[in-house]
Design a protein around this ligand. Structure first.
Ligand code: FES
Length: 107
């Protein structure tokens, strides 16, 4: 079911935006003019990814450096402290749609 998220122009100002829909924290990102949506909570310990570092199509959690593919949610690097790796699951991703300047998310 599609849910209104925000205006495309508002996302374009910062390229990242945290929103709440149906009780879920979702992080919207604009990469090369395409909108992506992922769960905002890191799958390691639940830290918000909204302050994470985005590089190309990856986002890295600031807490313990887990790195995820924004398009697929796949784990590229597990959370780690030094050489000790910690369990990290795939992120949930959501389909997005832009219609008449408005972004919708399929939940
Ligand atoms: S909470 Fe994100 S890597 Fe630990």
């Amino acid at each position: 079911m599609l849910h209104y998220a925000c205006l495309y122009d508002d996302l374009a100002k910062d390229f990242k935006m945290k929103i709440q829909i149906e009780g879920q924290s979702i992080l919207l990102m604009l990469l090369l003019d395409k909108v992506y949506a992922i769960q905002d909570k890191c799958t390691h310990l639940g830290v918000s990814l909204s302050k994470g570092v985005v590089e190309n199509e990856h986002i890295q959690c600031r807490a313990h450096h887990a790195r995820f593919n924004i398009k697929t949610g796949d784990v590229l690097d597990k959370a780690h402290i030094g050489f000790i790796k910690m369990p990290t699951k795939k992120l949930k991703t959501f389909k997005t749609e832009v219609t008449e300047g408005k972004i919708y998310i399929d939940l």
